[in-house]
Write a protein that binds this ligand. Structure first.
Ligand code: ITT
Length: 196
């Protein structure tokens, strides 16, 4: 069974494909299918937004679709930017602009605890749905460090590894990341579902 990955984010797509393929799940990208669907994220939670994306892409592709909705939740910012992580600072900003803005808004802040959350939703053409979630605790670094990854990775510091996500290899990040954990939990549910 082939699954289409319901994301337009190249960094996410790469990580999702590698993690799922390592778990024995065959995936195709929206581009492989000639799809470029922008789904409005009107939900208030990661889980709601992941489900909106998976349903829309499943309907368009007529294949089972797996979506990821994720974001960075910072204690000192009352859990923000959270579901607004991709929209933080408005349309004009790229990944670097967004993490710089976040670093600026944390100037002088000594409480730097944060976490990355990820919700996975999978929708099948027959209407069946599976969901899973993962989280990764960390802190907001005082300056960007490392070259790898995408998004807020250069400023997300994982005390357990004494490195930012950007300083980890993709495999190391997948072992501890919100996305790695959510996809592992999802793969387990999928195995059970497919046995039925
Ligand atoms: P799709 O909706 O098409 O999947 P998106 O980038 O809009 O792409 P989200 O709405 O889920 O995805 O927004 C996630 C935001 O959180 C986005 O700004 C990402 O860069 C960031 N993010 C999520 N996971 C991340 C990770 O592992 N490392 C760094 N940043 C991450």
């Amino acid at each position: 069974m082939k699954f289409v990955l319901a994301t337009r984010n190249a960094g996410k797509l790469r990580e999702m494909a590698h993690i799922l393929e390592a778990l024995g799940i065959e995936v195709v990208s929206p581009q492989d299918l000639g799809l470029d669907l922008e789904v409005e994220e009107t939900g208030e939670t990661f889980a709601e937004n992941a489900m909106l994306k998976a349903r829309a892409v499943c309907a368009a592709a007529r294949l089972p679709a797996i979506a990821d909705d994720s974001g960075l939740c910072v204690d000192a910012l009352n859990g923000g930017p959270g579901v607004y992580s991709a929209r933080y600072g408005g349309e004009g900003l790229d990944d670097t602009g967004r993490y710089r803005l976040l670093l600026n808004s944390m100037k002088g802040q000594t409480t730097r605890a944060a976490r990355f959350d990820c919700a996975i939703a999978c929708v099948f053409p027959n209407g069946d749905e599976l969901t899973a979630e993962g989280t990764c605790p960390g802190t907001i670094a005082f300056a960007p460090m490392g070259e790898g990854g995408f998004g807020y990775d250069p400023i997300f510091f994982v005390p357990e590894k004494a490195k930012t996500f950007s300083q980890l290899t993709e495999e190391e990040k997948a072992e501890i990341s919100h996305r790695g954990k959510a996809l592992e939990a999802f793969a387990e549910k999928l195995r059970t579902y497919l046995k039925k």
